[in-house]
Write a protein that binds this ligand. Structure first.
Ligand SMILES: Cc1cc2nc3c(=O)[nH]c(=O)nc-3n(C[C@H](O)[C@H](O)[C@H](O)COP(=O)(O)O)c2cc1C
Length: 173
């Protein structure tokens, strides 16, 4: 096993990829080797001493690809330090704090497969120019129309970097 960390992600429109890159950059500042890869490009975890995995949220869930990754690699992930994160739009709301506890439920299916040393919850991006027109995105357009969500990049880079910084003692031995 090499002395390397994997940061892997599932993203539809790219914002979760950006969060993963920021996490990877913060971890790599300690001098440890870090690969940041989409889950579809990860076949084998044996090269990694620790894994950070994250997904965009659709319908209050990690993307199906991300849950498939967890099922496929459950045994190996259970033997390594593992941290998980999610990127969603609920956390961009002005009253997001009242939803924070409830959001932990959305990570439950992940936690039931592999217990993370830490869980990261981040606001993402709503940009309809990057999304297909579908029933699901239509309901999101309505939510914007009614002022529930705002179309914008809500990523809080300081919160993301702080979380990654706090992971170091767990992941880097
Ligand atoms: C079809 C669809 C469903 C979504 N469902 C939720 C949801 O249930 N809760 C939430 O907080 N955000 C939801 N979002 C917002 C996304 O999680 C957010 O835009 C995120 O930044 C997308 O990540 P990505 O750019 O990596 O795909 C949804 C977005 C889309 C397009």
């Amino acid at each position: 096993m090499e002395n390397k960390i994997l940061v892997t992600y599932s993203s539809q429109a790219g914002s979760t990829a950006g969060v993963a890159e920021a996490i990877g950059k913060t971890l790599s500042e300690s001098g440890v080797g870090v690969d940041v890869l989409p889950m579809k490009n990860v076949k084998d975890l044996s090269a990694y001493q620790a894994v950070v995995a994250g997904s965009a949220i659709h319908g209050q869930k990690w993307l199906p690809e991300a849950m498939a990754f967890m099922h496929e690699h459950q045994a190996e992930l259970s033997r390594k330090p593992f941290a998980s994160f999610m990127v969603c739009i609920t956390l961009s709301m002005a009253n997001a704090d009242q939803y924070r506890d409830g959001l932990k439920d959305w990570m439950r299916p992940v936690r039931e497969l592999v217990r993370p040393v830490s869980e990261g919850y981040f606001a993402g991006v709503l940009d309809f120019s990057r999304l297909p027109i579908s029933f699901n995105t239509l309901s999101m357009r309505l939510a914007v129309l009614f002022g529930i969500w705002k179309e914008s990049d809500h990523r809080d880079w300081i919160a993301i970097r702080n979380w990654a910084e706090n992971l170091k003692p767990w992941l880097i031995k």
